[in-house]
Design a protein around this ligand. Sequence first.
Ligand SMILES: C[S@@+](CC[C@H](N)C(=O)[O-])C[C@H]1O[C@@H](n2cnc3c(N)ncnc32)[C@H](O)[C@@H]1O
Length: 461
Amino acid sequence: MADRRSRPDRPQLRQRVDPTRKVAWEVMRAVEEQDAYVNLLLPALLRENGIAGRDAAFTTELTHGTIRRSRTYDAVLDTLAPKGIDAPVRDVLRLGTHQILAMRVPSHAAVSTSVDLTRAVIGHRPASFVNAVLRKVAASDLPTWLERVAPSYEDDPVGHLAVVHAHPRWIVEALRDALGAPAAEGELAALLEADNAAPQVTLVARPGLADADDLAGLSGSPGEWSPYAFRLEGGDPGAIEGVREGRIGVQDEGSQLVAIAAAAVPVAGPDARWLDLCAGPGGKAALLGALGAARGAELVANEVTPHRAELVRSAVRLLDNTEVVVHDGRTLEADAPYDRVVVDAPCTGLGALRRRPEARWRRQPSDLVGLVPLQRDLLAHALDLVRVGGVVTYATCSPHLAETRGVVEAVLGARDDVELVDVTSVLPEVPYLDRSTPYVQLWPHLHGTDAMFVAALRRTA
Ligand SMILES: C[S@@+](CC[C@H](N)C(=O)[O-])C[C@H]1O[C@@H](n2cnc3c(N)ncnc32)[C@H](O)[C@@H]1O
């Protein structure tokens, strides 16, 4: 029998723990107990434990995949252990369940390494419980489990999709509403599933700073929608010379399209004074600054948080036309009005859930209570800072209607010196846009980008 626990002649193995699984468990505990960010903590623990190459890829898939689908696995585990499960043991069980149901780890290996992990990080007492529960998990495959634990689609479509595709109900509802009624079941499911796949790393070759030669030799392919985008096949972007020098950045193609659209919406008259009101950490400011430099425009990149302003400084360090300032964007003052202002507003980030495994479980509907008024104030102040004939571009990396059209329409409704501009027309090559509205809404399942929203407003008086 392959199960190493059955070999009494090798007791020392029982004390061993696989470092990849231990790191995954530590990250999960820190996410729950300390509100840690997986994207910051996991790379640090991989380095600290000397985990690299294929082992690092395994640990990343194990950690991200388990956290993304944790509530779905909880539905399975709760049917097997109705009396309750302590949080540290639950995390071992979630990791084991992900290996059994969603990774190609043989069940006996997933069970035995989970038992070893339990002994090493929790103690001997729960080891037999973990063993028993995971053996029962392994008795059925994922589709069978989903059929058993998810409500039927007919009875409760949102509840069904929430369990099957591992999202909280309120996010399923928000995404359904943002897709537009009536969103086909298949389309909503495709969107939710796109959130469960890690995005490809995309580079931006900043115009005027990098060109095709800088990308030659990299494995990957040009982006589909942005002329500056390159989708990397693999490897560490930090090892690329142009990235280290700041001529190339790592930037989702959707974010590139926001900056491209913001620079392309027509303004009447001069077009030399640009402002990015919410610039941290600086990805869009760097592309905007580069686009502006080619047209003789100067960019002010504003950010309220000093440490994020430092990140902006680093991102734009090669651009002579870009100045970084630190102010609250709701009260920033200007010597003269701007020709273009970009408001890439702080938001729930529901359009970038595929990047942050824990975000869907940490975000709450109540977050909107603080964010929406802030978004409205930032957009309203941006309109005060732009000259008549100038344009404000409003963007979010969330498709939630309260943060997108809701904000734009509330601000428009409160003043008579602003008109909506059709922003879809500046992205004529981009498919799957609803061109019957003036707004751009990108989607992970259609464009392979984050779900960025873009609106443009012109001062008329
Ligand atoms: C969505 S992020 C911007 C992303 C950025 N444009 C980029 O592409 O890298 C929103 C930023 O707004 C900043 N922010 C939040 N409140 C703000 C305020 N009152 N004034 C200005 N910036 C603010 C946040 O610190 C955050 O860096």
